[in-house]
Design a protein around this ligand. Structure first.
Ligand code: DC
Length: 220
């Protein structure tokens, strides 16, 4: 049976995962956060101190996998659930760097395609519409201004004791955007047949509605 695949790409902090979770819950699809796969690989490389030239060989033993518990995605290294460990600024930066390594992308390519073949999914990432699922039924490019994305992140972190200043968060986002858009392999870019959704002036509900509208217009 053919599965329905919806690709959502966009820069860090555009609200992809929150919005994609809301939309997939409404549609009854599985939400796949591919950034978590890249983060898990970055954690593996960092923890094991693997040099770039050894990554390809080392990944054969990494055993990165996704499991779905009550519809929610968890990411594993072997039998260890690392879903929470991968959400640190250090792993964000490490993932941005290691995701540009061809051996890392090749390693995760088949994992992502297999999930899409077997399930109705809404998959978010950077190169889903362009590289991983070029034949996706619907492609969306979700973005917001860098300032608005920094603002949202700042508000999220404001309650925490070690919240970085707004300016630092903004510079981090700009740096990550640049790295993600300018890497040689699978750079972040809007697929030609993707619909642009800009959430700069939209709240979460409005953003989810905008995406559902696009989906209905394509496959409704
Ligand atoms: O979406 P995120 O912030 O969790 O992603 C972490 C890093 O992984 C980010 O720097 C870009 C990279 N990534 C990628 O290269 N391709 C994807 N499909 C998803 C994420």
């Amino acid at each position: 049976m053919k599965t329905i695949n919806i690709a959502i790409d966009g820069p860090a902090g555009a609200g992809k995962s929150t919005i994609a979770k809301m939309v997939s819950a409404k549609l009854g699809y599985i939400y796949v956060d591919t950034g978590a796969l890249y983060r898990a690989v970055a954690l593996y490389i960092t923890e094991n101190n693997i040099a770039d030239e050894d990554i390809e060989k080392a990944l054969a033993g990494a055993d990165v996998s996704l499991r779905f518990v009550d519809g929610a995605q968890r990411v594993f290294l072997g039998d260890r659930d690392v879903s929470d460990l991968i959400r640190t600024p250090a792993i964000s930066m490490a993932a941005s760097r290691t995701s540009a390594i061809p051996a890392v992308r090749a390693y995760l390519f088949e994992t992502q395609q297999k999930i899409a073949r077997e399930n109705n999914i809404l998959m978010d990432g950077r190169d889903i519409g362009t590289v991983v699922l070029p034949n996706a039924d619907v492609k969306i490019f979700l973005t917001a201004s860098a300032e608005e994305r920094a603002n949202r992140r700042y508000k999220e972190l404001a309650e925490k004791p070690d919240c970085p200043p707004y300016e630092e968060i903004l510079q981090d986002i700009i740096k990550r955007d640049y790295a993600d858009m300018h890497r040689e392999i699978s750079p972040l870019k809007q697929a030609e047949d993707a619909v642009l959704v800009d959430t700069t002036t939209l709240n979460l509900e409005e953003s989810a509605e905008a995406i559902i509208k696009v989906i209905n217009s394509k496959i409704g």
